[in-house]
Design a protein around this ligand. Structure first.
Ligand code: DX5
Length: 229
């Protein structure tokens, strides 16, 4: 698998962060070298968990300059797309399974001036998004069933990753391939070798005894080494 021309990015998920000190945690992630911060937005319907709303993100926005992405694990995202952009998210990730008119939802994200991205759950095939790849800047391939951090990585997603990577190459698409779920020191090399260049890590990153900066650097170096395989 050829290396991604866009390079490796490490995107921490704040789901495992100390929600009593969320501002400080985001400042620490920025200082530690995060390329972007992922906000896991959950509505208790699309996934069996509820997390944060746009007002929380807006409150944190002025504390850091690192880009934000909103991973919308919510049903019917269209009516609130503008709220996530107004809160300061540069990237809006819409799940293919969460909206009847995915083409319309992704177009609405771009019309709002944000970078549109699409996420697919483990059971969703690449074919489900084949006809909207021209609308997105990134595809997020979930390697767990969304809703909670700390789950085990699904290696069965690697053929899907390779299929998506080949499709991106065949159609000469300039898009990122992101992976989220169970990315850690044991799995990140396989994820990068299979074609992902944007790696989300939550629980594994926050578990590093050496701290966030070491963790981000360690994950990045492991992914870059595998990306050259
Ligand atoms: C789960 C979220 C993930 C999670 C991070 O639904 O999408 O971003 O918080 O997963 P881990 O902890 O496996 O890195």
């Amino acid at each position: 698998m050829s290396a991604s021309p866009r390079g490796i990015e490490i995107v921490p998920s704040v789901l495992p962060a100390d929600f009593a000190r969320l501002g400080e945690e985001c400042q620490a992630l920025e200082a530690a070298g995060a390329d972007r911060i992922q906000w896991d937005v959950m509505d208790g319907q699309f996934v069996p968990n509820i997390t944060i709303g746009p007002d929380v993100i807006a409150a944190i926005r002025p504390l850091v300059s690192v880009p934000f992405e909103a991973h919308l694990m919510v049903n019917d995202p269209d009516h609130m797309l503008g709220r996530w952009v107004d809160a300061g998210c540069e990237v809006i990730i819409v799940h293919a399974e969460s909206t009847v008119h995915l083409h319309k939802s992704l177009t609405a994200v771009s019309d709002l001036g944000a970078r549109a991205a699409v996420a697919i759950n483990p059971s969703t095939p690449v074919d489900a998004i084949r006809h909207i790849l021209d609308l997105v800047d990134m595809v997020l391939v979930m390697t767990i069933n969304p809703g909670f951090g700390g789950q085990s990585y699904l290696p069965s997603m690697e053929p899907k990753l390779r299929e998506l990577r080949q499709l991106v190459l065949d159609e000469a698409l300039d898009i990122d391939i992101e992976v989220d779920g169970g990315v850690n020191t044991s799995t990140i090399a396989d994820v990068a070798a299979a074609g992902a260049n944007v790696l989300v890590s939550g629980s594994a990153l926050f578990r590093y005894e050496e701290g966030l900066a070491f963790g981000i650097a360690d994950l990045r170096s492991r992914a870059e080494a595998a990306d050259r395989r």
